[in-house]
Write a protein that binds this ligand. Structure first.
Ligand SMILES: Nc1ncnc2c1ncn2[C@@H]1O[C@H](COP(=O)(O)OP(=O)(O)O)[C@@H](O)[C@H]1O
Ligand SMILES: C=C(OP(=O)(O)O)C(=O)O
Ligand SMILES: [Mn+2]
Length: 515
């Protein structure tokens, strides 16, 4: 076994049973099987159940409030503070918990751009979480490993649970980010999304201070080198729509935008699998194989065949796989400035147009508004879509004041002349429960014409409620789909619902105006 250059003692690991450093995927796979962390599925992917926590637990995510963060973080319900004292006690308890236990240690980069990447050490209790980390982040080469000094260390010990009355946190699960100590501690939950999003949150705090805009978006590139990025809160379609057979995937979920262009934070993808079909999402379907980790997907008992329609564990069924599993992905994910920016929203009221063009001013407005619906499952307690306003289409991961990110985006859009579109992947013909979710094939067509620019050919008309520019006509898409009121049974119901939502927009935006 390799030896870590930067010793594990320096990372705080004291008196472990064995430290498994940088194991290969087959070795980790054997460990995970032997330790019965999960089972092998018929696809070859390793399948785990994460127990009570099958989505992120945003109320249990904290930042240590100290001189490094106090004046920078936009504190509130989303960015919650915790005292240094509570952190230190919990950290000490966690370190004593891991004595005489096996730990899996991985050194990885977050960020494909060497100038703007973060060197992160991951210390995991589960072997399969080490596979997850290998899938999701970037592996240093041998030379880089030999001189690897972590900028940040992540401890993920899901079987270690906090005691709410004693440990000063809300529940058994906690995710605490400590910028001064450069550590993240995660306990009580083994949902992979917590590891991934906590690390991105660190990037989103640090990069603006270096003049780089961090973005909660996926990205892909066309044959002519044209780059498109897709912003959107969880479940709106970043992963599904960026996996496109005609374009090369740059990255799945988070990118930085620097003076040079964009770069991916990740080395892999983390796709939702509920109702996954080979026909509609062939790339994701084919990526579910040996090396991938399936979370909370029901397998038939004997055949171990996945049933993607089954939501008995959660709606938020997931699979993680390295980006290499997507054919023709651009590796490393570094590309020039985006020509096209797509804001994805999933409108559960069925009143937003499925595609609209945005002026720069409207783009900033919609970016700060961050309207979408939280879809069932990604966060605890959400069982049906719920309207939400998530600044920068990623509020839970953006610790700084939203205007910081929005102003940077505005400047970049003007500087590089990027075209911006709003794409609604939510409900048509009525609200959730009455209408239905727009067919992904229609959405793909709209995205395609937005990217190649032909969407502009037949001109636009303005919708009266949201003042959005709706295309007059798009080949292959019925006009009734383009204009949301048309498919409602009763037009005045539509008009009322649309106006109600617009009033909510005005209310939310009051505190940010003037932009
Ligand atoms: N019109 C649509 N556009 C995009 N996704 C859709 C659409 N209709 C249904 N879906 C489903 O919604 C989910 C989108 O999830 P995903 O792409 O993983 O979102 P994100 O990466 O933004 O969290 C997928 O399960 C996809 O199959
Ligand atoms: C993994 C997550 O994000 P996304 O759905 O954006 O992939 C998450 O929010 O837990
Ligand atoms: Mn995604």
């Amino acid at each position: 076994m390799l030896k870590a250059h930067y010793s594990f003692e320096k990372s705080g690991v004291f008196n472990p049973k064995q430290v498994f450093y940088h194991l290969s995927i087959p070795e980790l796979f054997e460990h995970a099987l032997q330790k019965k962390e999960g089972i092998l599925s018929s696809t070859g992917a390793f399948s785990v159940l994460t127990g009570a926590y099958t989505g992120r637990s945003p109320e249990d995510r904290f930042f240590v409030d100290d001189e490094t963060t106090h004046n920078l973080i936009d504190w509130g319900k989303v960015n919650k503070p915790i005292s240094q004292e509570i952190y230190e006690r919990l950290y000490a308890k966690m370190m004593s918990y891991l004595q005489q236990k096996d730990v899996y240690l991985d050194d990885a980069y977050v960020g494909t751009d060497p100038k703007n990447r973060l060197a992160v050490r991951f210390i995991n209790e589960y072997a399969y979480c080490s596979i997850f980390v290998n899938n999701m982040f970037l592996e240093p080469n041998t030379q880089e490993l030999q001189s690897f000094v972590p900028d940040f260390t992540v401890f993920c010990f899901p079987r270690f649970k906090a005691i709410p009355g004693i440990d000063g946190v809300r529940s058994e699960a906690f995710v605490i980010i400590n910028f001064k100590e450069k550590k993240i501690i995660i306990g009580g939950t083994s949902y992979g999304g917590e590891i991934k999003k906590a690390v991105f949150t660190v990037m989103n705090f640090l990069l603006p201070q270096k003049g780089v805009l961090p973005m909660h978006c996926s990205a892909n590139i066309g044959k002519d080198g044209d780059v498109a990025i897709f912003f959107g809160l969880s479940g709106t379609g970043k992963t599904s729509l960026s996996a496109d057979i005609e374009r090369r995937l740059i990255g799945d979920d988070e990118h930085g935008w620097s003076e040079q262009g964009i770069f991916n934070f990740e080395g892999g993808c983390y796709a939702k699998c509920i109702n996954l079909s080979k026909e509609k999402e062939p790339q994701i379907w084919d990526a579910i194989r040996y090396g991938a980790i399936m979370e909370n997907i029901y397998l038939a008992p004997d055949s171990r065949q996945p049933d993607y329609t089954d939501n008995r564990y959660t709606e938020n069924t997931r699979v993680s796989y390295p980006i290499e599993f997507i054919p023709n992905a651009l590796i490393p994910g570094i590309a020039k400035h985006p020509q096209v920016i797509i804001f994805l929203t999933a409108d559960a009221f069925g009143v937003m147009p499925p595609v609209a063009k945005l002026t720069t001013e409207k783009a900033i407005y919609n970016f700060i508004l961050g309207y979408t619906s939280k879809l069932a499952g990604t966060e605890r307690g959400i069982v049906e879509p719920q309207a939400t306003f998530s600044v920068c289409f990623g509020a839970p991961f953006m610790p700084l004041n939203p205007k910081t990110y929005a102003q940077m985006l505005g400047k970049k859009i003007s500087q590089h002349g990027s075209r911006v579109y709003l794409v609604n992947t939510g409900w048509v013909g009525g609200p959730y429960g009455i209408g239905k979710r727009i067919d992904i094939d229609y959405t793909r067509k709209m995205v395609k014409v937005a990217i190649d620019g032909t969407i502009d050919q037949n001109g636009y008309h303005e919708d009266t409620v949201f003042q959005l520019l709706i295309p007059n006509e798009l080949p292959g898409i019925p006009n009734d789909i383009l204009n949301p009121g048309n498919l409602w049974n009763n037009h005045s119901d539509y008009a009322n619902e649309a106006q109600k939502l617009k009033n909510r927009f005005d209310e939310v935006m009051k505190k940010y105006l003037p932009l």
